[in-house]
Design a binder for this molecule. Structure first.
Ligand SMILES: Cc1cc2nc3c(=O)[nH]c(=O)nc-3n(C[C@H](O)[C@H](O)[C@H](O)COP(=O)(O)O)c2cc1C
Length: 212
């Protein structure tokens, strides 16, 4: 093994090593608005589900390593504590990547990349119509992890409304995993796609114990 002490590495190297290693990561395409109602749309792969009751996702818009500036998404959720987390599938991933370009504040990435705004039921930021799953969220808390370049900001988002595209559910209302066509982020410019070939199922051991 080659071993590295993070406090002896540059932030860029820590970032690169960990992004390659801690992968694949799901991608949240987050829509927000600022206090003047201007819409923003940006992807975040420092993202996951952390609680089902209450249902809470966390994503992290980091301070830029280059110049320590903060992202519009963070500034927006500080102003208006709502967001939609739109799940990313293979069909939209190219547009999602385009949405990560650093547009000036106030530019609406929906228009720039050609995604469609769909009004949310209960909150002000719009959903992405092309996304297979859209989660309307209220921001519960924002936790800064530091104030230097690369520092994350944990945005704790409580999911209030779940929208599923109809073909993702069978007649009994059970999700069909293969139909999601998820993509995930890895290190550098790498992505992975969940296809029927790459999917496999493992029964949970607890079920076996209960059935014996
Ligand atoms: C797939 C993908 C995942 C990303 N994940 C993150 C992330 O987790 N945290 C982050 O700070 N930036 C991430 N980025 C970069 C941001 O999307 C990018 O900095 C964007 O310009 C932020 O937009 P905003 O300033 O409008 O919020 C990611 C980019 C892509 C393409």
């Amino acid at each position: 093994m080659k071993s590295f002490e993070t406090n002896e590495m540059s932030t860029a190297q820590v970032h690169s090593y960990l992004l390659h290693a801690i992968a694949p990561r799901p991608i949240a395409l987050v829509s927000t608005i600022d206090k003047d109602g201007r819409v923003n749309l940006s992807p975040f792969s420092f993202f996951n589900l952390f609680s089902a009751n209450p249902p809470v996702c966390i994503f992290s818009p980091s301070r830029r390593i280059r110049d320590n500036t903060t992202k519009h998404t963070l500034e927006n959720v500080q102003e208006v504590a709502e967001c939609v987390i739109n799940i990313v599938d293979h069909k939209i991933v190219y547009k999602v990547n385009q949405a990560s370009a650093e547009y000036p504040k106030g530019v609406n990435e929906f228009h720039e990349v050609g995604l469609t705004e769909l009004a949310s039921l209960h909150i002000k930021p719009p959903r992405v119509a092309e996304s297979p799953v859209q989660l309307e969220c209220i921001i519960k808390q924002i936790i800064p992890l530091g104030d230097g370049p690369g520092a994350g900001n944990l945005v704790l988002a409580e999911i209030k409304t779940i929208h599923f595209r109809e073909d993702l559910l069978d007649e009994a209302g059970k999700p069909i995993q293969a139909n999601f066509d998820h993509v995930a982020r890895l290190g550098g410019d790498w992505y992975s796609r969940v296809t029927t070939q790459s999917l496999f199922a493992l029964p949970k051991p607890i079920e076996k114990l209960l059935n014996t």
